[in-house]
Design a protein around this ligand. Structure first.
Ligand code: BG6
Length: 511
């Protein structure tokens, strides 16, 4: 794995990647979907423009809707707002194709195979294939079966061309469905060919959690229950359900954010240093954290989780409706759009250090942050001087936006009397590196091409995350579940979440 600062970063140092990426055919299933339009095509365009992909790479969008290559290209350039006559776009558009077909139709897959083989012959490249399942999970089975039947997947480990598959989230709905999907994937692909995406792992700041911890000598010795009081992980969004009610009504915040993104942030914060930066070594350590999560019984869930839904209010100055009044949402919906949870990790390093997680939609602003709150010094020397309570040191890893890291320290305020105030030492990506971090999907698509699965979730990782989340989901459906709380759009969550912290003598950090 190449992480910024420890090894060459392919997204920064073009020369590393030029020639490193294999020529391949990329097939995106679900080409008419929102994800393809908003994330995948722009990422592939930028990778082509920046010459990160091999020049002989071709991209085929596969979907039901009938359209020509030309229409597909024009739609893409319009969505991206790229000038269709620009040389960069022309080069990308030349590699962009469209294949009409239904996921259920085996003949459409045979046609896909024929067109891929023709293209590869003409371009003089091996038949390396990257399949991207940007489709709802209900389509995965059929697509996988037809890919296998049409002979579109090369066996893993063979010398010669490779086949890989990227699977978008949601990866299942619960443990049982995730296991079933894994079993289906393994009928066609070997685990080493499967890339389960969690786009948070593609974020530069998320990768930097490990660099920050392990490339510096001064933090890791403090990174344990002797020095850390507790950890707060916040993933706040100002957006609402945004027309995705059909999906979100079933998923809710627990499946949409906690099973994947939040647990990824937690494992990277809590894991032991791996012996090597290899995909398996890193993921082995993350898996150990998931195994160490204290399984929440129904009584723990009732006491240590808060489930809430947004009520009408104003977000970023705009009046926004209650979740139940959003288009497509059941007016009596009990779906959670916010959760807060107190999570414990039963291992040597973290025993007694609670991790408080919270995530919600329609919060005052978009902010993802991990706060490491340190213990007070063992002896309050300055209290006798009338300084009162001194704020603990807090290390804030700002994942997005305003990406950076800050450490608050107590400092003497200038003057004759002794006043201690918190001040901040701050690192900001934009000012230090002169640019915002690149888009997560670029990094992940490139890593898959390079055969590096470090930033993708392994089978056991996904299943353990589901095991934990399922325990909460089950308890949330049982009789003794915590009542659904409400919070106004534009607020930081319900009072119940503040009470959860107050019970432990703590408070959520203001973001
Ligand atoms: C997605 C969720 O996985 O992540 C969305 O389905 C959420 O509901 C999104 O809005 C958040 O991603 P980001 O990168 O904007 O933090």
């Amino acid at each position: 794995m190449s992480l910024a600062g420890t090894a060459p970063n392919p997204l920064r140092e073009g020369s590393v990647t030029l020639g490193a990426a294999d020529p391949c055919s990329i097939v995106v299933f679900g080409a008419s979907g929102d994800l393809t339009r908003r994330k995948l095509l722009p990422a592939l365009y930028r990778l082509t423009r920046d010459r990160m992909l091999h020049p002989m790479t071709a991209v085929t969008g596969f979907a039901r809707k009938r359209k020509t290559d030309e229409e597909f290209r024009n739609e893409a350039s319009a969505v991206m707002g790229v000038e269709a006559s620009s040389p960069d776009w022309t080069r990308f558009a030349g590699s962009l194709h469209y294949q009409v077909g239904s996921f259920e139709d085996p003949d459409a897959f045979l046609a896909l195979r024929a067109s891929l083989e023709t293209g590869e012959r003409l371009r003089g490249i091996p038949s390396n294939r990257l399949y991207y399942l940007a489709t709802p999970p209900s389509n995965h089975d059929t697509i996988l079966r037809n890919l296998g039947r049409a002979g579109l997947v090369h066996t893993a480990g063979e010398r010669g061309p490779w086949s890989r598959v990227i699977v978008e989230k949601p990866f299942g709905y619960d443990l049982a469905s995730a296991r079933a999907l894994n079993a289906r994937l393994h009928e066609v692909f070997h685990e080493s060919q499967v890339y389960r995406i969690d786009h948070y792992l593609g974020k530069e700041t998320v990768q930097n959690i490990l660099v920050f911890r392990l490339a510096n000598g001064i933090f890791e010795p403090l990174w344990n229950n002797r020095y850390i009081d507790h950890v707060q992980i916040t993933v706040a969004e100002s957006v609402g359900v945004e027309g995705r009610a059909a999906y979100y009504e079933r998923a809710g915040v627990l499946r949409d954010m906690m099973q994947n993104h939040m647990l990824q942030l937690l494992t990277l914060t809590a894991m032991e240093p791996p012996a090597r930066f290899g995909a398996d070594e890193v993921r082995d350590e993350k898996v150990k954290v998931l195994r160490a999560l204290r399984p929440p019984g129904p009584a723990d869930v009732a006491a240590q989780t808060i489930r809430a839904q947004y009520a009408a209010g104003a977000t970023e100055g705009v009046v926004t409706p209650a979740y139940r009044d959003e288009p497509g949402v059941d007016p009596r919906s009990e779906t959670e759009t916010y959760l807060a949870a107190r999570v414990e990790i039963d291992n040597w390093r973290w025993a007694g250090v609670p991790f408080y997680l919270r995530s919600g939609k329609r919060m005052p602003r978009r902010a993802t942050e991990i706060s490491i709150v340190f213990r007070h010094p063992p002896y309050a020397l300055f209290r006798a001087e009338g300084c009162g309570e001194i704020q603990p040191n807090v290390l804030r890893l700002r994942i997005q936006p305003d990406e950076g890291i800050s450490l608050s320290i107590g400092s003497k305020s200038p003057g004759a009397s002794l006043h201690i105030d918190p001040v901040r030492m701050d690192f900001n990506y934009l000012t230090s590196f002169g640019a915002d971090p690149p888009e997560a999907y670029e990094r992940l698509l490139l890593d898959c091409n390079l055969g590096d699965s470090t930033l993708f979730a392994r089978r056991d990782e996904v299943e353990l995350a589901w095991e934990y989340v399922d325990a909460i989901a089950r308890a949330w459906q049982s009789e003794g579940r915590p009542a659904l709380a409400y919070y106004a759009c534009g607020s930081w969550g319900p009072p119940e979440a503040d009470a959860l912290m107050a019970r432990d003598g703590r408070a959520w950090h203001r973001l």
